[in-house]
Ligand binder design. Structure first.
Ligand code: NAD
Ligand code: AHE
Ligand code: ZN
Ligand code: ZN
Length: 370
């Protein structure tokens, strides 16, 4: 079939909107009509050329929601018409990783996914002249139609609005999950969140849900503070306006450091600040941000010797087919809020403007509706 997509032809270039060809689903695959997709900073990370796994040409996008159009052979867990959220972290429920409760990193399709291919080692997308186009993170939600493995689709309730729940495909689940699944924050804790963008605000919302007493937000953009307060931030710090050392300032503000600190910037220097502003003896620092090729984190080993713990999280530790439908329910029940964070609704033709807004710090989430 022919479908409309935003294609990343080369690293660092704007996406190009064009008609592309999409082959139907093979065994174990599903054709999905994407109704809405968010723009996550990770899409921009890959578009820019910073992603060591980046492959071009590709159809980016991994924060989508849509409707099942066609089933490949042997698909049993979904029906045509089901509403689904594509998962960049699949959940096969039978691999060594899925059977280990310590991780959500299903590996069943991860190797081919990282090569921009479906599990049989081929791509379903091509240009009208036949040039193959790669998939991205197993999702490729910057296309009106996409093909996804059955094990990488969460079935969700039909009354939930696509233009809001697409955000659960990454940002919402990553932020809230980092607090609940990865850090396992206790009631009364102190949290420090670095970066108050689409992920950091959901960490803030997760900390409030978990019953944290003090929730400190850190961002170089003062414009992010108002929304963060709405989601539960109790104290705001702009590091560019702090006299002296930001870590010392945060340790004093929190009476010894955060029980839990989170990096949601992707900046390796900030990751160090997050680790070092965790409380001596027990503070845990969770890395969410994704850093570019060649970048490394550093700290004095003494920081770890004296009890701080450095950890990371992918997709908030969530097992998508199991957890994503529950998070959609939380949204529909009013337990969590999404709407204010969706600051811009765009057409596919305006997608590059969405990345401009991200760079200018003007958007939290821009959502493209098909
Ligand atoms: P975003 O652009 O919406 O937000 C980033 C925020 O960080 C902005 O508000 C910016 O002002 C702030 N910031 C930048 N430099 C800073 C500094 N030096 N100190 C303090 N704040 C600073 O991005 P996002 O969509 O929220 O994504 C955040 C990061 O999380 C990205 O690196 C993204 O790739 C990553 N991510 C990881 C996962 C995962 O599963 N681990 C999932 C989604 C996103
Ligand atoms: N390809 C990059 C790493 C990118 C990365 O860390 N991705 C996160 C999700 S970011 C969503 O916005 C993730 O889930 N990682 C686990 C995985 O298996 O990819 C690189 O550095 O090579
Ligand atoms: Zn993302
Ligand atoms: Zn698995």
């Amino acid at each position: 079939m022919r479908t409309r997509a935003a294609v990343a032809l080369e690293a660092g270039k704007p996406l190009e909107i064009m008609d592309v060809l999409l082959d139907g689903p093979k065994a174990g695959e599903v054709l999905v009509e994407i109704k809405a997709t968010g723009l996550c900073h990770t899409d921009e990370f890959t578009r820019s050329g910073d992603d060591p796994e980046g492959i071009f040409p590709a159809i980016l996008g991994h924060e989508g929601a849509g409707v099942v159009v066609e089933l490949g052979e042997g698909v049993t867990s979904l029906e045509v018409g089901d509403h689904v959220i594509p998962l960049y972290t699949a959940e096969c429920r039978e691999c060594e990783y899925c059977l280990n409760p310590k991780t959500n990193l299903c590996q069943k399709v991860r190797a081919t996914q990282g090569q921009g291919l479906l599990p049989d080692g081929t791509t379903r997308f091509s240009m009208l002249d036949g040039t193959p186009i790669h998939h991205y993170m197993g999702c490729s939600t910057f296309a009106n139609h996409t093909v996804v493995p059955e094990i990488a689709l969460a079935k969700v309730r039909k009354d939930a609005p696509f233009d809001k729940i697409c955000y659960i495909g990454c940002g919402v689940t990553t932020g809230i999950g980092a607090v609940i699944n990865t850090a396992k924050v206790e009631i009364g804790s102190t949290g420090i969140v670095f970066g108050l963008g689409g992920i950091g605000l959901n960490v803030i919302q997760g900390l409030r849900l978990a019953g944290a007493d003090q929730i400190v937000g850190v961002d170089v953009n003062d414009g992010k503070a108002e929304m963060a307060r709405h989601f539960g931030m109790t104290d705001f710090v702009n590091p560019t306006k702090v006299d002296g050392d930001i870590v010392a300032h945060l340790v004093e503000l929190t009476g010894g450091g955060g029980d839990y600190t989170f990096d949601a910037t992707g900046n390796v220097n900030v990751m160090r600040q997050a680790l070092e502003s965790a409380h001596k003896g027990w503070g845990e620092s969770i890395i969410i941000g994704v850093a570019g090729a060649g970048q490394e984190i550093a700290t004095r080993p003494f920081q770890l010797v004296t009890g701080r713990v450095w950890r990371g999280t992918a997709f908030g530790g969530a097992s998508g087919r199991t957890d994503v439908p529950k998070i959609v329910d939380w949204y529909m029940q009013g337990k969590i809020e999404i709407d204010p964070m969706i600051t811009h609704n765009l057409k596919l033709e305006e997608i590059n403007h969405g990345f401009d807004l991200m760079h200018e710090g003007k958007s939290i989430r821009a959502v493209v509706e098909f």
